[in-house]
Every structure is written in C-alpha cells, then in structure tokens.
Write a protein that binds this ligand. Sequence first.
Ligand SMILES: C[S@@+](CC[C@H](N)C(=O)[O-])C[C@H]1O[C@@H](n2cnc3c(N)ncnc32)[C@H](O)[C@@H]1O
Length: 224
Amino acid sequence: MKPEQKDRSLARRLAAEHNDRGDPLGWFERLYTAAGSDTRLIPWGDMAPNPNFVGWPGRHGLVGDARTALQIGCGLGDDAEYLAGMGFAVTAFDIAPTAIDWCETRFPASSVAYELADLFDPPARWAGRFDFVLEAYTLQSFPRELRAEALARIAGFVAPRGDLLVIGRLIDDGQGTTALPWPLMPRELASLRGHGLREAAVEDYIDDEDPPVRRVRAHYRREA
Ligand SMILES: C[S@@+](CC[C@H](N)C(=O)[O-])C[C@H]1O[C@@H](n2cnc3c(N)ncnc32)[C@H](O)[C@@H]1O
C-alpha cells in the first residue's frame, strides 16, 4: 500500500524557526501539538512499523527472547510495539510529551515502557543497559553540529555484546543538503567506532519509495 501523502511544510517551518533561534529540539513538541490528529503533518507518522526495519531482524537473527531494547525518539510508537511483538522488554523514549501521550493512548495495553526523556540528558540507569538499540530517523532531524554528541549518547546505551541499528537517509561525506530531513554521512556514522562499537554491516541502498530515497542501515555491535 502506498503511504499517505505527507505535508512537510509545517515541520520544515517550525524546525527552521526553532533552529534559527538556537533551540533545535523545541519544534518537535510544537509539531505534535499543531498537527492535532492530522498525521499527514507528521512526516514520520506512518502509523505502521518502519518498512526499513521490518524484515531486518529476521535476516540478521535478532530475537527478543525477553532481552532489553531501547528506541531513540519513538515518535508515535509503531517501531517500539514491533520490538515488543518480537519479545523484547522495550523502553521507548521521546522528548515530546505529546508523542508519549499519543503512544500511551494508541497502545493502552502495551508492555512498552514509554518515557519522556531527552537523548542529550538521559537517565543514568540506561548506560550500557540495552541488548538492542534502535535509532530510526531521529539523527537526521538534528542539525549536523548535534550529531557527534547524539551518536555518543546512543552508543552509550548499548550493553556488552549488544547491537545498535541506525536507519536513516544517506548522502556522501561533504555533500550539501538544504531541506529537512538532513541525511546522515558515512563519516558521522564512523564515529561510532570511537565509542567501543564494531561495525557489523552498513547497507547503503535505494528504497522502494516513490520517488526512491538513498538510505542506510548501519549495524554495530559492542564487544564483551
Ligand atoms: C524524525 S522523528 C522520528 C520518530 C520515530 N523514530 C519514527 O521513525 O517514526 C524524531 C523523534 O525524535 C524525538 N526527539 C527529538 N529530539 C529528541 C531528544 N533530544 N530526545 C528524545 N527524543 C527526541 C522527536 O520528538 C520525534 O518524535
């Protein structure tokens, strides 16, 4: 099924407004509240698990088996629920209170622990705790100068022998971009190796959206 047509204009306007005044994280909550229940205004609000993630666990032998998983910037909760369906004990967090409210309303019987938290100031108890960490599309919504710290924080959640999967848009190192989302660059992802993670596989591919989008699925593992 073709995903519903998204209107990125509101997201882009709010992001530009907040970034211009040095508040790069403030627009997410404004977007959720301004969108109300109109998910066409939330570019990532597909109300279904990410097609770039579904299928990956099966291909890579990732099993839940009551192990712990963390989702970064969980948005409306579909990927967190998918992880819970795989048998993970899932924590999913977001900086936007309205997103967390939305998850709890959509999935009232969920086993997922939805938490309000800021990636740049996370609870200390999450350090090195998660067997699987999923980041999809949040990094690409941060201005480039926040990426190094964001990646370091994300790496810090991965337990010994744990896995991290980063999914996003991709461009070449140094390639320019203008409009949000701002794709990841290989050199940004490579910084994860400086945080004790080993690169297991990096897939650089064109998805089957219309028009097609260049994406990356980058899989890292922390050695014991
Ligand atoms: C581009 S959306 C992606 C949402 C979700 N991962 C998905 O793919 O549907 C980014 C999400 O990250 C959240 N977010 C932004 N900055 C954050 C931060 N510093 N800490 C936690 N969540 C954040 C936003 O509120 C938003 O829900």
